[in-house]
Design a protein around this ligand. Structure first.
Ligand SMILES: Cc1cc2nc3c(=O)[nH]c(=O)nc-3n(C[C@H](O)[C@H](O)[C@H](O)COP(=O)(O)OP(=O)(O)OC[C@H]3O[C@@H](n4cnc5c(N)ncnc54)[C@H](O)[C@@H]3O)c2cc1C
Ligand SMILES: *[C@@H]1O[C@H](CO)[C@@H](O)[C@H](O)[C@H]1NC(C)=O
Ligand SMILES: *[C@@H]1O[C@H](CO)[C@@H](O)[C@H](O)[C@H]1NC(C)=O
Ligand SMILES: *[C@@H]1O[C@H](CO)[C@@H](O)[C@H](O)[C@H]1NC(C)=O
Ligand SMILES: *[C@@H]1O[C@H](CO)[C@@H](O)[C@H](O)[C@H]1NC(C)=O
Ligand SMILES: *[C@@H]1O[C@H](CO)[C@@H](O)[C@H](O)[C@H]1NC(C)=O
Ligand SMILES: *[C@@H]1O[C@H](CO)[C@@H](O)[C@H](O)[C@H]1NC(C)=O
Ligand SMILES: *[C@@H]1O[C@H](CO)[C@@H](O)[C@H](O)[C@H]1NC(C)=O
Ligand SMILES: *[C@@H]1O[C@H](CO)[C@@H](O)[C@H](O)[C@H]1NC(C)=O
Ligand SMILES: *[C@@H]1O[C@H](CO)[C@@H](O)[C@H](O)[C@H]1NC(C)=O
Length: 761
């Protein structure tokens, strides 16, 4: 989408997790804590609350290996509007402080919480330990009387100024979440008061069986095995289309998703108060898109993935900006890496268009709202020779093309595959959708898949769901989810499968090593490198930077939307898109996309500016880039970016700089237009050089299961008989625009090839 959220900025979020914390007694101070030791960085996080559940304080500790940079904890899970604790070393002094953030930006010191370092705070040759009392600390979403989710953050880099308790620091290099039953984490008032005043000892050791019974409980066979012809894993852009087309043929189809409902029609009910009484959820209303990133209750993100990914019905399409581009021919060309049998995408794109038309005026009254950003951008780009066109009327025209932003919203609401393909699938008797079901691996006998292993004992014995004879599994769990399932099924590079092997739960589920299938799963991934330019112009209505849309929307706009789904709320934030082609010194052509919207994620200038008049142009490089990175898992089996993919090739960077300079080249021809980030004290080249690579993330990951390398031209995983992948991960390279339109066309084509392939059910 809009490339403004960092890989490393996605922090503590979520509500429920498999990894669970438990009680332990710290041997040095004898305090009973509830918490975990993260298996990757070996940092321990613990909390204990007083007996009185109305109290607003707790005691906590963080024990970190001495070479850690800084370590943070978010007891309430979400980083946003919750107490955060951060600790680092200043020489032989343990530094610890509380912070607070209202967005995914540098968390700042906050008055309110009172932190007292307790005497068992210490350093030795291998670790430092910060033990603290935190009073007035349970604001935000922390509920000491219930089970919850707790978060941690880790950085291998030091803070900017270790001696300054208010120092800034770079975003964490890793983060994680775990379940914690806060309702159990209470000490007797007597013990608590003693510990809080610096005393030690008397902690109650956990019964030795607690953790083992919790993790080794064997699920009971509560369900009869119901075999399916096709099992599709993941109800996102790819999986929904695959499952609908498979079920259309009358085959028995099961669609599984690890997440739960999203829009109202899927059973979702999460809505801001101003929509109370309507059948409109946060996911239904396009204009609430920007709030996905600022909500302290963001249950929709996949909590174990280090970049933004949607774990709910619709996947990314239920939480994205829904910018929708019908594929250009070059998106499926052999030069983009596709087998020649895929070049004729026309029939599949037509099928997609028929089910899911695009619109650049999604408001139900056909009018455009908040269009000032479009007209200012048009004034900026016209002198550069850009043509204003209806972009999806001519998908191949991407050279000096400018147009209104196009979406797959339907009837003023979020549309996408959920409001189209999933509807037809659900109407069929032979189709079944099961939510809250995590697939850990495919179960196989050599090259033949016999079913999928899930955590849902209600639909299969011990969570196993079998296939019918000749049945097939389609993986559509996304660019991060699909590789993990493959590794956990013994498919991928040996180093990744060895991590699975070392895991106490997943290791024993692997097939024997002679059945491992060596494929480059996770290699050569790409994502658009993107950079934001921020401007002001007196014509712009920055829409209060989208800040009050959940809690205090403009009343007339809210009323208009509730009445008939028209007005500002019928559209996500973008208002204009444009493309330009660049040829570079290596003989390749690279395309640059621009997306413009009112508001800005961040502004960096010391000069005064009018916040009501800001807008952002995000410039992304797409087709033609050569930079690639790598996706994999860590020792806790969490999907991760192992090697970042942005601007690895210096020529990509040269072209991006050229594109940014070109955008800015006509500013002086637009009266009143000012660029404020970078401002006139910073050159474009310095701006790009100092731009954090992680901030270039566009959430458009493709390629870990590239067609021709991991799957064959029928989307079948090489070396297997009946395992397929249909999602973003098979795309060999980035499409020219935001990818979900091309991913959905690829799903139409992929599922047609699966159905045409003999030997199926
Ligand atoms: C914040 C954001 C904004 C974006 N904005 C745009 C945009 O404006 N325009 C655009 O074109 N693209 C946008 N994208 C990208 C687009 O949404 C994705 O490229 C697209 O959704 C990928 O489709 P997919 O089918 O590969 O995977 P997804 O849509 O991610 O679906 C994967 C599904 O699999 C499920 N799953 C994962 N693992 C498992 C498992 N083990 N077991 C069971 N289920 C599992 C997940 O819950 C999810 O529902 C955006 C993405 C993000 C994150
Ligand atoms: C508690 O903290 C909040 C900010 O989180 C602050 O507004 C309030 O004054 C504090 N209360 C006390 C008693 O310190
Ligand atoms: C240092 O302290 C930590 C935390 O108590 C402990 O785990 C570790 O073993 C200690 N190291 C040494 C060398 O004593
Ligand atoms: C929503 O409205 C109902 C009555 O229509 C009311 O009972 C409920 O408290 C309201 N909820 C919120 C969150 O305002
Ligand atoms: C831009 O082009 C579209 C499609 O041709 C047209 O409807 C619209 O009026 C044009 N807008 C402007 C501001 O020129
Ligand atoms: C399975 O995993 C999902 C995703 O983590 C979770 O929401 C669900 O509750 C789990 N189901 C069971 C039965 O544990
Ligand atoms: C596994 O496959 C082989 C043939 O490849 C077959 O002989 C055997 O019966 C299968 N095992 C099971 C448990 O299905
Ligand atoms: C990765 O990209 C390189 C260079 O384009 C190519 O040679 C290689 O085959 C690719 N590997 C995979 C797994 O896609
Ligand atoms: C800032 O912009 C708004 C909206 O254009 C305008 O109403 C206001 O007067 C401006 N403020 C200043 C100080 O110029
Ligand atoms: C930069 O912009 C500021 C504010 O608009 C202005 O006051 C200043 O003169 C400009 N400096 C230069 C070198 O153009």
């Amino acid at each position: 989408m809009l490339g403004r959220f960092a890989l490393s900025l996605l922090p503590f979020i979520g509500t429920a997790l498999a990894q669970a914390g438990g009680p332990y007694v710290d041997p040095d101070n004898g305090i009973t804590f509830y918490g975990i030791t993260d298996p990757v960085h070996l940092v321990t996080y613990g909390y204990i609350f007083p007996e009185d559940t109305t109290s607003t304080e707790f005691i906590g500790e963080i024990v970190a290996p001495i070479d850690s940079g800084w370590v943070g904890a978010a007891p309430a899970g979400s980083m946003i509007r919750n107490t955060l604790l951060v600790t680092w070393l200043n020489g032989d002094e343990v530094m610890g402080t509380n912070r607070f953030a209202t967005d995914y930006i540098q968390p700042l010191p906050l008055d309110g919480p009172i932190i007292t370092n307790l005497p068992s705070t210490m350093i030795n040759s291998t670790h430092w330990k910060w033990v603290y009392r935190c009073q007035n600390c349970t604001g935000g979403t922390l509920n000491p009387s219930s089970a919850g989710v707790s978060g941690w953050a880790f950085s291998s880099a030091p803070v900017d100024d270790p001696s300054d308790i208010n120092t800034d620091f770079e975003e964490h290099t890793d983060f994680g979440l775990y379940g914690l039953d806060f309702s159990a984490a209470h000490a007797s008032q007597e013990d608590y008061d003693r510990w809080a005043s610096g005393g030690t000892g008397g902690g109650t050791p956990p019964p030795t069986s607690t953790t083992t019974t919790a993790t080794s409980t064997t699920p009971t066979a509560t369900a009869k095995p119901t075999p399916y012809d096709y099992i599709v894993v993941g109800a996102g852009a790819g999986g929904i289309i695959a499952a609908d087309r498979l079920s259309e043929t009358g085959k028995k189809v099961l669609l599984l998703d690890r997440g739960g409902p999203s829009t109202w029609e899927t059973g979702g009910r999460y809505q801001p108060e101003w929509l109370n009484g309507t059948q409109l959820t946060k996911f239904d209303v396009p204009g609430l898109f920007e709030s996905m990133f600022t909500d302290s209750n963001s249950f929709w993100w996949c909590k174990d993935i280090s970049v933004f990914a949607g774990c709910l019905i619709g996947g990314g399409t239920s939480i994205n900006g829904a910018l929708y581009w019908l594929p250009a021919d070059m998106d499926f060309s052999t030069s983009a890496g596709w087998p020649s049998s895929w070049a004729n995408h026309g029939p599949y794109t037509s099928k997609l268009k028929q089910r899911l038309p695009s619109t650049d005026h999604p408001s139900t009254d056909g009018k455009r709202y908040l269009e000032q950003t479009f007209s200012v951008v048009q004034k900026l780009l016209s002198p550069q020779g850009y043509n204003n066109i209806t972009l999806n009327d001519n998908p191949n025209f991407k050279e000096h093309a400018l147009g209104y932003s196009a979406y797959d919203f339907l009837n003023g609401k979020r549309g996408g595959p959920v409001a189209s393909y999933l509807r037809t699938a659900k109407a069929r008797q032979n189709f079944h959708l099961e939510m809250w079901t995590m697939v850990t691996s495919v179960v196989r006998n050599g090259s033949t898949i016999t079913g999928v292993q899930t955590n849902n004992t209600a639909i299969g014995p011990n969570g196993f769901i079998p296939l019918n004879p000749n049945g097939r599994v389609v993986l559509s769990a996304g660019s991060f989810g699909t590789p993990r399932i493959l590794y956990q099924s013994g498919i991928g590079p040996e180093d990744m499968i060895n991590l699975v092997m070392a895991d106490a739960t997943q290791g024993p589920q692997l097939p024997s090593q002679s059945d491992w299938i060596d494929l480059p799963v996770g290699d050569n991934v790409s994502d658009n490198p993107s950079v934001n330019l921020v401007f002001t112009h007196p014509d712009i209505d920055a829409y209060d930077n989208w800040a009050p849309i959940m809690t205090d929307p403009r009343p007339a706009d809210a009323a208009q939307y509730i009445k008939d789904q028209s007005g500002v709320f019928a559209q996500a934030s973008p208002r204009a898109n444009f493309w330009r082609a660049y040829s570079a010194s290596d003989g390749r052509t690279r395309w640059l996309q621009g997306t413009a919207r009112p508001g800005a994620a961040s502004v960096t200038t010391s000069q005064p500016y009018n916040q009501s008049q800001i807008f952002t142009i995000t410039a992304y490089l797409s087709t033609g880039i050569t930079s690639r990175g790598q996706i994999g898992i860590d020792a806790a089996l969490r999907p991760r970016v192992l090697t970042q993919p942005w601007l690895v090739d210096p020529i990509d960077k040269t072209v991006l700089l050229q594109g940014l300079n070109d955008i800015a080249s006509t500013i002086s021809q637009v009266p009143g237009l000012k660029m404020i980030t970078p401002d006139n004290t910073t050159t474009m080249s310095d701006y790009l050089n100092s731009y954090s690579l992680a901030n270039m993330n566009s959430n458009h990951w493709v390629g870990p299961c590239t067609i021709g390398k991991v799957v064959d031209s029928n989307t079948k995983v090489m070396g297997t008989d009946n395992l397929f992948v249909i999602d973003a991960s098979i795309l060999p390279s980035l499409p020219v625009g935001n990818p979900h339109g091309t991913i959905m066309s690829a799903a139409e084509q992929g599922v047609a090839k699966v159905l045409a392939l003999s030997g199926g059910p």
